[in-house]
Design a protein. Structure first.
Lengths: 196, 126
């Protein structure tokens, strides 16, 4: 297993106030526990934007659980994803927006596929995200998908297009995949939510 | 044919599958560990319900938040209801969305356009 403490070093130091941070195995029970915690920390301040921040958090942490290349049970003889995914997730509040950041390892051979998927969504104009989401949802699922195959589109939609991703090569045929979404505190501030 | 009630949990909605009321009603959050498995039991109940001779069903969705796997299940849910609508069963759908929740509204809108069964979008204020 890679040292998970290395993950937090890749994340930029947080600005603003931290609402939640978790690093480790993401079981279903962990997700339920953290979602309750986030609800408590977020409800008082996020108001109408609560569901967007919450939704992005759930989508990202379920991604870690399902797709992280680092698993709670490692089985070197198999490419099967046994056990639960390991990763890091953080939610914080800044002056104009909330940010949700999630990171986990992926296999080097999956890097290109995931990068292309991110690029496709990133290059979709914000006003077309909704129709793309609807189209994609109505298509058959990818064989590798445990979900609906619209995760990145959902994140992009909820963040109003304000999201970004990075890949950092690591040892052992692994690439560290990091996603950050910015959710503006008000609809008017949507365009200003991006960090300078 | 029996009515079934599933209690609400943090990550799954309450589900009322009511034979005498001719209604299936969901309320709460939906991000189960396995959404496809969770919704399958509801679809199975609906199939049985119509097999036992019922001729109408009201489907009420009062969801607060759902993840993308659940969104796919909602689409499958609508497809199933539409199938029975096509078999001359009386189907009606009520899709509730909180007033400022544009995500819930837009998903409901897309369903209401895609499917020809009676479909009502209803806003509410928390």
């Amino acid at each position: 297993m890679l040292q998970t403490s290395a993950y937090s070093k890749i994340l930029t130091p947080e600005i603003g106030s931290l609402l939640l941070q978790y690093e480790g195995v993401c079981t279903h029970e962990t997700i339920v526990r953290l979602s309750k915690e986030l609800e408590q920390n977020l409800m008082p301040t996020a108001g109408a934007r609560f569901k967007k921040v919450f939704g992005i958090f759930i989508e990202l942490i379920q991604n870690i659980k399902n797709y992280s290349a680092e698993r709670s049970i490692s089985n070197p003889d198999s490419n099967d994803e046994t056990g639960e995914g390991v990763g890091i997730i953080r939610v914080s509040e800044e002056s104009l927006c909330f940010t949700v950041t999630a990171g986990n390892c992926i296999r080097s051979e999956d890097f290109e596929r995931i990068q292309q998927k991110c690029e496709r969504v990133k290059n979709t104009p914000t006003e077309e995200l909704r129709s793309r989401y609807n189209e994609q949802l109505r298509q058959n699922q990818e064989p590798t998908s445990k979900g609906a195959g619209v995760g990145f589109l959902d994140i992009a939609l909820k963040a109003g297009g304000n999201w970004e991703y990075e890949f950092h090569p690591m040892e052992e045929n692994r690439v560290f995949f990091l996603i950050t979404a910015y959710i503006a505190k008000s609809k008017i501030a949507d365009d200003e939510a991006k960090p300078a | 044919m029996e009515s079934v009630f599933l209690s609400k949990t943090t990550e799954t909605p309450s589900v009322r599958m009511d034979v005498s009321g001719a209604v299936v009603e969901l309320e709460g959050n939906s991000y189960p560990e396995n959404a496809f498995e969770f919704y399958q039991q509801i679809f199975d109940w609906i199939d049985e319900y119509f097999k036992s001779g019922s001729d109408r069903l009201r489907a009420v969705f009062r969801l607060n938040y759902f993840n993308t796997s659940s969104a796919k299940c909602m689409l499958n849910f609508m497809t199933l209801l539409q199938k029975y609508h096509g078999q001359d069963k009386m189907i009606s759908v009520e899709w509730y969305y909180e007033e400022d929740d544009d995500d819930m509204l837009e998903i409901g809108k897309a369903f209401s356009v895609d499917f020809t069964m009676p479909f009502q979008l209803v806003s509410f204020v928390e």
